[in-house]
Write a protein that binds this ligand. Structure first.
Ligand SMILES: [Zn+2]
Length: 169
C-alpha cells in the first residue's frame, strides 16, 4: 500500500506540472481555431487525468491507460512545438510526462509479473462431519480432521450450523 501511495503522489505531481505547463502553453497561443482545438483537448485530457489519477489512488490498475495517456500528450506537445513554440517551452511537460511514463511502465511490468502467478484456487472450507467449527483447508486443525466435509462458501458452512475457526478471516 505504501508503494501505491508513492506512485499516486508522483502521478499527481506529474499531472499537476503537466497541466500547469499545458495551460500556460495553450493560453499563449493566439486566438483562432487552433487555440479552441487545443483548449478543448486540454479539458478532455484534464478530465481523463483526474479519472486516471483517482484510479491510482484507489489502487486500480490504471497503468496501461496512463501509458497511453502520456503518449497522447507527447503527440500533442510535439504538435504544439511544431505549430508555435520553442524547445524551452515544451521541455517541462515533455520531461514530466517522461517520468510518469517510466513509472507506469515499471508498474505495468510488476503488474504483469503478478498476473503470471497462478491464480489462487477457489476458496473452500472444511469441517468435521460432526464438529461445530469450519476451517480453511490449510489450517492445522483442519488437517487433523478425518471425515472432512467441504463447503464452497462461508455461508454454506454457516447454514449447516458451523462456526468459523480463527483461521477464517
Ligand atoms: Zn482452523
Amino acid at each position: 500500500m505504501g508503494r501505491n501511495k508513492s506512485s499516486f503522489i508522483i502521478t499527481l505531481l506529474v499531472m499537476f506540472i503537466l497541466f500547469l505547463s499545458l495551460i500556460s502553453i495553450v493560453f499563449s497561443l493566439g486566438p483562432g481555431a487552433f487555440f479552441r482545438f487545443e483548449l478543448i483537448l486540454l479539458i478532455i485530457l484534464l478530465l481523463i487525468s483526474i479519472n486516471l489519477t483517482k484510479g491510482v489512488l484507489d489502487g486500480k490498475d490504471k497503468w496501461k491507460a496512463l501509458i497511453k495517456f502520456y503518449m497522447v500528450n507527447w503527440v500533442n506537445i510535439i504538435v504544439l512545438y511544431f505549430s508555435t513554440l520553442g524547445f524551452k517551452e515544451i521541455l517541462l511537460p515533455l520531461a514530466v510526462t517522461g517520468i510518469g511514463f517510466i513509472i507506469a511502465l515499471i508498474k505495468v511490468d510488476t503488474q504483469d509479473f503478478r498476473d503470471e502467478e497462478p491464480a489462487a484456487e477457489e476458496e473452500k472450507y472444511v469441517a468435521s462431519e460432526k464438529g461445530k467449527i469450519y476451517h480453511l483447508p490449510e489450517c492445522n486443525k483442519a488437517k487433523r480432521i478425518k471425515n472432512q466435509v467441504e463447503y464452497d462458501s462461508k455461508e454454506e458452512a454457516e447454514e449447516s450450523g458451523k462456526k468459523a475457526c480463527d483461521c477464517v478471516e
